[in-house]
Design a protein around this ligand. Structure first.
Ligand code: TYD
Length: 206
């Protein structure tokens, strides 16, 4: 029986979510919680190897979906479930909402197939809270253009990013009690403040 808490961070590439992770971790730790910080695809040795393949090798969108869930199965078994059983707070930089956004929303993989894999791999496991860092497509693209060498996903065009953003916003609308949308198209300090309030509010409820 899971007793820990599970927070996921989502958003398009270039939304800036990763920048806020260290602050989120220390804020939760300051409440006396033990935090396990992880990411997807990845989080275990094998899943990180799958990440390398996923981010750099061209493949059929369904192959990509299956590999995402293969990595996720390993991640849940080795990292997420044990941490939650210990009562820790797990923070994952991306989780299954990313599969619905990237593979279903942007690459047209069937939602029904993803739902089957989700049930198989996760059973009842769902995040307690998902923070969606939302930015307009042109902002995401501009930020990526000035960043490091892009991976496979970061090289996609504006139409892909438009579908991606719409899919994320649709997920947030479908699960309004789980999602918190942060407008990440604001000065970093303002975004950080909103993240802090969001986490504080979550901690008050646990
Ligand atoms: P990302 O989380 O953006 O890491 P970094 O900040 O190091 O670039 O990279 C992971 C990529 O994997 C991202 O482009 C989204 C993609 N992805 C999917 O397409 N589906 C998924 O289910 C997950 C978890 C990630």
């Amino acid at each position: 029986m899971a007793v820990g808490k599970f927070i996921t961070l989502e958003g398009m590439d270039g939304a800036g979510k990763s920048t806020h992770i260290p602050n989120i971790v220390s804020q939760i730790e300051s409440h006396g919680e033990t935090v396990v910080c992880t990411r997807e695809p990845g989080g275990t040795k094998l899943a990180e190897e799958l990440r390398e393949i996923l981010l750099h090798k061209a493949m059929h969108a369904e192959t990509e979906t299956l590999l995402m869930f293969a990595a996720r199965r390993e991640h849940i078994a080795k990292v997420i479930a044990p941490a939650m059983a210990r009562g820790d707070c797990v923070i994952s930089d991306r989780f299954t909402d990313a599969t619905y956004a990237y593979q279903a929303g942007a690459k047209s993989v069937s939602v029904d197939k993803i739902t089957v894999l989700e049930k198989w791999v996760q059973d009842e496991l769902q995040p307690d809270m998902t923070i969606l860092f939302d930015v307009p497509v042109e902002v995401s693209i501009a930020r990526l253009a000035s960043a490091r060498t892009p991976d496979k996903f970061e090289r996609e065009d504006a139409e892909f990013f438009e579908k991606l953003r719409n899919a994320y916003l649709a997920r947030a609308k479908q699960y309004p009690t789980r999602f918190r949308i942060i407008n990440a198209n604001q000065p970093l300090k303002t975004v950080a403040k909103e993240v802090k309030v969001t986490i504080e509010d979550f901690l008050l409820r646990i």
